[in-house]
Design a protein around this ligand. Structure first.
Ligand SMILES: Cc1ncc(C[n+]2csc(CCOP(=O)(O)OP(=O)(O)O)c2C)c(N)n1
Ligand code: SF4
Ligand SMILES: [Mg+2]
Length: 271
């Protein structure tokens, strides 16, 4: 029997706002399958976002959802988790939302190791506002604000998360759709701050400017430029030139923030 996505879609919210060929819907379906595979109680699952095309995702989900201010998903989500540590808290947002205006919130959420999962939909551009360059736009790529090519080097978002202290970091792509749910499910099960970066596409504001002739070309680009971590172990530095690694990139066990905070309260009350 076909998978019943409707079960998790908020009644009356479709059609969605995304352009034909946008990768964000592929990620939403992956998130739905992950929630279903873990049998999460949707009434005990908060999905929190900032602003952007990616950040519209929670609005379609029949869970407890918060669509907040640009770049502030991590701050709101931290509030939810601190108030209700028993809730599953999932953040969803774009590369611009999470690493430009929200970069500060992002790195500090990583540092605290609070038990939440942050899904970053990295389409390398500010899609919603017409294609301004983001901190994930590749050097040389064209954006509405870099019409002669972007002079800035991009962040490697996964490495940024690891450096800032996230204890589970994975990367997937919208091309590898059937891997997305598995990465998200593993991230949700991890006790601590987990980040899942999904490389996806914005054909409307990035693809057209950067000479991708079709969505299929953008998808093939994701396929051709990514390598699973296991396969990368057998490849030379030369073969890995220009490739990004996918799969679980980092995992460690560390004290979780809400549990540590509960101990602080206990100590204070014992005085
Ligand atoms: C404080 C504030 N500054 C700027 C904006 C305008 N704005 C809305 S979405 C967005 C960028 C979204 O890019 P990204 O997070 O990458 O999501 P995408 O649309 O690419 O999915 C910007 C700059 C805003 N809404 N609020
Ligand atoms: S503008 Fe880009 S990111 Fe936004 S919905 Fe369209 S394709 Fe997706
Ligand atoms: Mg974006």
């Amino acid at each position: 029997m076909a998978f019943d996505y409707d079960k998790y879609i908020r009644p009356g919210k479709l059609p969605h706002i995304w352009c034909p060929g946008c990768g964000h819907g592929i990620v939403m379906k992956g998130l739905i399958r992950a929630i279903d595979s873990l049998q999460l109680d949707t009434k005990n699952t908060a999905i929190v976002s900032g602003i952007g095309c990616a950040s519209r995702l929670p609005g379609y989900m029949d869970c407890c959802t918060l669509h907040t201010a640009h770049g502030r998903a991590a701050a709101f989500a931290t509030g939810v988790k601190m108030a209700k540590p028993e809730m599953n808290v999932i953040l969803v947002g774009g590369d611009g939302d999470g690493t430009a205006i929200g970069g500060n919130h992002f790195i500090h959420a990583c540092r605290r190791n609070i038990d939440m999962t942050y899904i970053i939909l990295n389409n390398k551009i500010y899609g919603m506002t017409g294609g301004q360059f983001s901190p994930a736009t590749p050097t040389g790529a064209k954006a509405s604000t870099t019409p002669y090519g972007n002079p800035d080097p991009p962040f490697d978002i996964a490495k940024l998360a690891i450096g800032a202290g996230a204890t589970f970091v994975a990367r997937g792509t919208a091309y590898h759709a059937t891997q997305i749910d598995k990465l998200i499910a593993e991230a949700i099960q991890h006790k601590g701050f987990s980040v899942v970066e999904i490389l996806d596409d914005c054909p409307t504001t990035y693809g057209r400017r950067n000479k991708f002739k079709s969505v299929i070309e953008m998808m093939n680009h994701l396929k051709e430029t990514s390598v699973p971590v296991k396969a990368a172990e057998k490849m030379t530095a030369e073969q890995l030139q220009g490739k990004v690694l996918t799969g679980v990139l980092y995992k460690e066990e560390k004290p979780e923030y809400t549990a540590e905070y509960a101990k602080v309260i206990e100590r204070a009350q014992a005085k």
